[in-house]
Design a protein around this ligand. Structure first.
Ligand code: VGL
Ligand code: ZN
Length: 179
């Protein structure tokens, strides 16, 4: 049994948003193509209060119930089985989808008998990497969909470094056409 985790495909992480991955919207058609191939699809959203220590590190983004926190309008959200909200506290970052506060992702995956987790979305260096690391730690076989992720690219090379780090941890690399 395999599951797709779509991480933070939200307006604020796409071009024109508050904290954009320069090509963040490129993941949307790729995810739309593969979303129907998974018996379980989970999607996370960064969902911050207006005041949070997280905004000492980052420009304000994905404030709960704002347009910036909505899914990208073209994402096929009707195919999402479970919607996760994370970063909802005011004292933490909440990068990983496993830190969602409205639902227990690990428990859900175990109940459904999921053994393999495929991850796509935004951003490669932070929430995607943190979600992949947690997934591995919890014992799921974990794969990155390499053409369904985009980095925020604060510094040149950050995105590539994050991908190398994930490969080093044991995350498998697959492209969408291999799924
Ligand atoms: C993210 C920075 C701050 C992400 C979230 O979704 O990768 N990055 N908050
Ligand atoms: Zn955030």
């Amino acid at each position: 049994m395999r599951a797709l985790i779509i991480v933070d495909v939200q307006n604020d992480f796409c071009p024109g948003g508050a904290l954009p991955a320069p090509e963040g919207d490129r993941v949307v058609p790729v995810l739309n193509t593969i979303i129907g191939r998974f018996p379980l699809v989970v999607a996370s959203r960064d969902w911050h209060p207006e005041g949070t220590v997280h905004f000492e590190k980052w420009p304000a983004h994905c404030v709960e119930n704002t347009y910036g926190a909505d899914y990208h309008p073209d994402l096929k959200t009707e195919k999402i089985d479970t919607h996760l909200l994370k970063g909802t506290g005011n004292v933490d970052d909440g990068y990983s989808a496993f830190e969602a506060t409205n639902s227990d992702l690990e428990k859900l995956l175990r109940e459904k008998g999921v053994k393999e987790v495929y991850i796509g979305g935004l951003t490669t260096e932070y929430c995607v990497k943190s979600t992949a690391a947690d997934s591995l730690k919890k014992g799921f076989r974990t794969f990155l969909v390499t053409d369904a992720i985009e980095g925020v690219r604060q510094n040149p090379g950050d995105t590539e470094k994050a991908i190398d780090e994930m490969a080093g941890m044991g995350v498998g690399m697959v492209s969408s056409d291999q799924i």
